[in-house]
Write a protein that binds this ligand. Sequence first.
Ligand SMILES: [Fe+2]
Ligand SMILES: [Fe+2]
Length: 160
Amino acid sequence: MHGRGNCHRGQGLRRKHEHFVEVPLNLRVTWNPARIVGVRAMDDQHAIMMETMNELRLALVQGVRRAPANELLDKLLEFTRLHFWNEEQLLERHGFPGLEAHRAEHRRLLEQITESAHRVQHSESLPIGDLLTFLHDWFINHVEEVDRQYGPWMNEREVY
Ligand SMILES: [Fe+2]
Ligand SMILES: [Fe+2]
């Protein structure tokens, strides 16, 4: 037996690594007080998005193949769309004054993400590391700079 329990499985993954790319480990998205919005349902959805991005990152580190990578990307896109919609519904329901600017920012992001994801999904080399860096950056920036604006406003109206 080898030193590590998962060694055997690791070799199996490496055998199929024709699209293996190096992905910086520091791309892992983690919880941090600056990323807590303060409305439970939205924080839960942000957590799912972070998990999906980390899942994708882990798949890449292990040597991903095209099909599972594309599937994870589709899942992330679909969930992002759903999350944006839910967030806008919440802001609308409570009359948040920054709704239109927030909606416009979601629309702009979704266009960018969808376009980048499709470019990666249809390219020969699967340059997914760059896409992950981009996803990581927009997610952190949007949650910390834009989403957090509605948190205290909602909390003042007893929405948690
Ligand atoms: Fe948002
Ligand atoms: Fe959000």
